[in-house]
Write a protein that binds this ligand. Structure first.
Ligand code: GLN
Length: 446
């Protein structure tokens, strides 16, 4: 069914970079046989899923939407992919994204642009734009994305689906091609909150292969979708409804709060005073980590290798000049600068200190409140081509999602009405490892 739908619509949407049809059909057949034999199967058994193309899949090309990895065939599966196989899902293919997950529109992909299924002149968001568009267009019911500064929640909002960035450490990053290791998390992207909870259930938990994965028990998420939010305390940061946030996004949140009040929750305005430094802090830290993580793409070990190099240094230079796109180079240069001696204290170290303050803002609010609510993005999906030559405005699109990554807490985007035919997202942010409450509120609202 997925392949039929993909054949119908993916010419227009262009969500997939690589399909894995032969293996998927074989797996589906084996599963049919297992069912016929009466073997036990879970809820996700036989479910089609699309995987963002920065999560490695054994024997299935994993490109990070970069020329650098155009022909890269991983020799192992990411932990999440292995867990999904155990849960019985069927990998349909690999989904388009911004190159190395750097971007907010999926326009920096080396291969193709992805189009927003609600309006083909608009971006699907990014960097997990392929994942969001594929789910929204009905090509797959489940997808995995990754979120470093908003890359699951922002495209989920732009495409009118549900996307969760789990607590840092909740899901193993083993096999996720690293962008900014202290911020990256893999998370589920689905049509409904219930589906989302099932998918997180399958991929969450401690992994010996990822030293930053947390040894915190994984509760039963679906059990917590009771619809009951009586007495729940909601905090609404004034910074999330203030300057830089569009009228439509603000109104949608105020309407949503009315619905939640009717269900028995209460809300109050609070402040996250350091969140205004979030974007600056993020772009220093994320770029610094990226400049280090991407040093491995040197033309020697794997991936693209430039031809006609005169010597080793020349090989590095040519490979990296030809293999990376403009946005990736911009980040590497910014990060290398911020980490260089003489600038380290003024930029990288300062940014680390501000990160601590941002995290403390969240801790303070969570002493009194159960969840924080605001818009996911300041505006609905922008036009293709509108911001690609204006990186600073593109970066500012992430003002509402980035603080959540810096603090390490979980955040979800759920559909919250439309503006001019384009979906808007409501962001619900929870305490560390409290995805259960986030889901409960999202489910009661949806
Ligand atoms: N748009 C942000 C960036 O370009 C977020 C990316 C992400 O979360 N992977 O860095």
């Amino acid at each position: 069914e997925s392949y039929k739908r993909i054949k119908e619509v993916d010419g227009k949407i262009q969500a997939f970079i690589t399909l894995d049809e032969e293996r998927a059909r074989e797996r589906a057949k084996n599963m049919d046989d297992a069912v016929a034999r009466g073997e036990d199967s879970g809820v996700l058994f036989g479910m089609p899923i699309g995987i963002k193309d920065n999560i490695v899949t054994k024997g299935l090309r994993t490109t990070c939407a970069s020329k650098m990895l155009e022909n890269f065939d991983p020799i192992y599966d990411a932990t999440v992919v292995e867990k999904l196989r155990n849960a019985g899902t069927i990998t349909i293919g690999k989904l388009n994204m911004d190159e190395f997950a750097m971007g907010s529109s999926t326009e920096t992909s080396y291969f193709q642009k992805t189009y927003n299924p609600w309006n083909l002149e608009r971006v699907p968001g990014g960097s997990s734009g392929g994942s969001a568009a594929a789910v929204a267009a009905g090509e797959v019911p489940f997808a995995l994305g990754s979120d470093t500064g908003g890359s699951i929640r922002q495209p989920a909002a732009f495409c009118g689906i549900v996307g969760l960035k789990p607590t840092y450490g909740r899901v193993s990053r083993f096999g996720l091609v690293a962008f900014a290791s202290s911020l990256d998390q893999i998370g589920p992207m689905t049509k409904t909150v219930e589906d989302n909870a099932y998918l997180l259930q399958a991929i969450a938990g401690l992994d010996q292969n990822d030293s930053t994965s947390a040894n915190v028990p994984v509760p039963n998420y679906v059990e917590q979708l009771t619809g009951d939010i009586k007495g729940l305390k909601i905090a609404v940061p004034k910074e999330y409804l203030g300057e830089g946030v569009g009228e439509a996004a603000r109104n949608a949140v105020l309407e949503a709060l009315k619905v939640l009040e009717k269900l028995g929750a209460t809300w109050e305005e609070v402040s996250l005073p350091h969140s205004k430094y979030g974007v600056a802090t993020y772009y220093l830290l994320a770029s610094s980590e990226a400049s280090s993580n991407l040093a491995r793409f040197d033309g020697i070990r794997y991936g693209y290798r430039a031809k006609d190099a005169q010597n080793l240094i020349d090989l590095y230079k040519k490979t990296r000049s030809e293999g990376f796109g403009d946005e990736v180079k911009r980040r590497i240069m910014l990060g290398t600068f911020a980490l260089s001696s003489g600038y380290y204290d003024a930029y990288y170290k300062k940014a680390q200190q501000v990160r601590t303050l941002i995290k403390k803002d969240f801790d303070d609010v969570f002493k009194k409140y159960d969840v924080i609510i605001g818009p996911t993005t300041p505006t609905p999906a922008f036009k293709i081509g509108e911001l690609i030559d204006d990186p600073l405005t593109m970066y500012a699109n992430d003002i509402l999602t980035i603080p959540v990554n810096l603090a390490g807490v979980p955040g979800i985007s759920v559909p919250c009405g439309f503006h001019n035919g384009l979906p808007l997202g409501l962001q619900i942010i929870g305490k560390h490892f409290d995805e259960g409450t986030v889901y409960r509120v999202a489910h009661a609202f949806e």
